[in-house]
Ligand binder design. Structure first.
Ligand code: NAD
Length: 499
């Protein structure tokens, strides 16, 4: 059995804890590797190595640090096929989607090439008599990232690239479900010229996470995953005095107004609802048509499209719309939620529960389901299903649709489909959700903007990537200096005022 250890001090090393987790090929249901689960001692060793080399890296000028990112981007392009293959085999997503996962991460590495500009700081010449004042952004020291299974390339890169380019050392604790790509990323970063010991991949579960949360030498933690774990990590990390940002789960609503281009809306719902088997934090899981006529027309068009979705293993090539879900447990949970929707009175317009893939009967496949007449009190509405299940929640008016979205506890992404500029503008302005699409179903901001939700979808005050990432991974120091230093004014007992 292939063993996946950790990446520490510039090399792949075996785990020492004696604990491992199984890594599956979701398409076949077979165990393809075992990943080591680090002990708190192994985590501490990784931190100590990182702590030793970090000051040298912080003293390396930002342009040189940015050059590592340039080279890293080249290497990602060189190894794109290899990365996508490894990613799909552990996650289950199609190869084009796996490449998208790498590319959205790579774009953040590209943005990080702007570090010399982003880290320039501020200067006031002559803030007082003979006094200059300047602010600089300095690295935090050792930072850590804890990442989910659903984007095993993109999200580790969203964390490690800004942290490293700002002059920090970085400990990555990826999902134990698909650890191979994060290990490959660490090797590529090293090949790109990152000095050994600055990027450590420590595989593990709760034990490694808790060791990160309690470690005195880790100054900042970035987390992405489900909301209950985000809340736990935010609470424990903050109470230990760390800077913490946590991005959690989602329930993304897409409102379809009576004046929307219905063909465009249906295309959008099919891609955003079922792409990656619904395992995206920006997946649309609630379609909210306004008015009976819109809802009836939408359902009529959606049914044949959902029924004809092509499901299969990533090895089947580009002809597959989505692959299996990540684990057997996820498959059972999703099917159980579909059962609950039927029991609680929703109309199951397309039933994906008994889907079976010929030749892949043990794979974790789930067919596409479509619900109509979903009510806000039903579990299929309240839960983040994280599977290929779309719920149509009919609303009578725009105001009801916007209230539904606003009252939902999650606030990651949302979209409105309309031809009316007034409505789109009102929606964008009033909605209490962090990322908004107007006739765009998955409004994931590009690398030079920031990514983050509101309400239970995010904890902490700074977003991921974009300018916020440079703020999160640095702290500000402001220097007030007077030259010549010989000026004598005598002691003053009042607060200094620059006049
Ligand atoms: P998860 O919360 O189960 O796991 C995320 C990370 O936390 C993993 O590294 C895991 O090892 C660790 N973890 C799990 N249980 C833990 C525990 N009890 N104590 C400490 N650490 C623990 O999430 P997942 O299933 O890997 O990913 C799917 C979730 O991530 C979905 O809810 C999705 O919406 C969310 N997500 C959010 C965003 C965003 O930006 N808001 C992006 C991607 C995914």
């Amino acid at each position: 059995m292939r063993q996946i250890g950790h990446f520490i001090d510039g090399a792949a090393v075996a785990g020492k804890s004696g604990r491992t987790a199984e890594v599956y090929n979701p398409a076949t249901g077979e165990v393809q590797a075992e990943v080591a689960l680090a002990s708190s001692e192994e985590l501490d060793h990784a931190v100590q190595v990182a702590k030793k080399v970090q000051p040298m890296w912080a003293a390396t000028n930002p342009q040189r640090r940015a050059r590592v990112m340039m080279k890293f981007v080249d290497l990602l392009h060189r190894d794109m096929e290899k990365l996508a293959e490894a990613l799909s085999s552990e996650h289950g997503k199609t190869i084009p989607d796996a490449k998208g996962d790498v590319i959205r991460g790579l774009e953040v590495a590209e943005f990080c090439i702007s570090a010399p500009h982003m880290l320039k700081g501020e200067f006031t010449d002559g803030a007082g008599p003979g006094i200059d004042m300047y602010s600089m952004r300095q690295p935090i020291g050792v930072c850590a990232g804890i990442t989910p299974f659903n984007f095993p390339a993109m999200i580790p890169m969203w964390k490690m690239c800004p942290a490293l380019v700002c002059g920090n050392a970085f400990i990555l604790k990826p999902s134990e479900r698909d650890p191979s790509v994060p290990m490959m990323l660490a090797e590529l970063m090293q090949e790109a010229g990152l000095p050994e010991g600055l990027l450590q991949v420590v595989n593990g579960d709760k034990e490694a996470v808790d060791a990160i949360l309690d470690h005195l030498d880790i100054g900042a933690i970035g987390f992405v995953g489900s909301t209950p774990i985000a809340q736990y990590i935010y609470g424990r990390g903050c109470s230990n005095g760390k800077r913490v940002q946590c991005f959690g789960g989602a329930k993304n609503h897409m409102i379809i107004m009576p004046d929307a281009d219905l063909d465009q809306a249906v295309d959008a719902l099919i891609g955003a609802g079922y792409g990656a088997a619904g395992e995206r934090c920006m997946a649309v899981s609630a379609a909210v048509p306004v008015g009976k006529a819109t809802a009836d027309a939408l359902i009529e068009r959606l049914i044949p499209r959902v029924e004809s979705l092509k499901i299969g293993p990533y090895t089947a090539g580009d002809d597959v719309d989505f692959g299996p879900v990540v684990t057997k447990a996820a498959q059972q949970r999703i099917n159980g939620l579909v059962d609950s929707g039927v029991e609680q009175g929703a109309t199951l317009a397309v039933d994906g529960r008994n889907f079976s893939m010929q030749g892949y009967e043990n794979g974790f496949f789930v067919g596409a389901s479509l619900f109509d007449n979903v009510m806000p009190e039903m579990d299929i509405y309240k839960e983040e299903i994280f599977g290929p299940v779309l719920s149509v929640v009919r609303m009578n008016s725009y105001d009801d649709a916007i209230d539904l979205t606003m009252n939902n506890p999650y606030g990651n992404g949302t979209a409105i489909f309309t031809r009316d500029g007034d409505t789109a503008r009102d929606f964008s302005s009033r909605i209490n959700v962090g990322m908004v699409g107007v006739n765009v179903p998955i409004p994931v901001p590009l690398a030079y903007h920031t990514f983050g939700g509101w309400k239970l979808s995010a904890f902490g005050d700074l977003n991921q990537h974009g300018p916020d990432a440079f703020k999160f991974y640095t702290r500000t120091k402001t220097v007030t200096s007077r030259w010549p230093s010989g000026t004598k004014e005598g002691a003053s007992f009042s607060i200094p005022i620059m006049e």
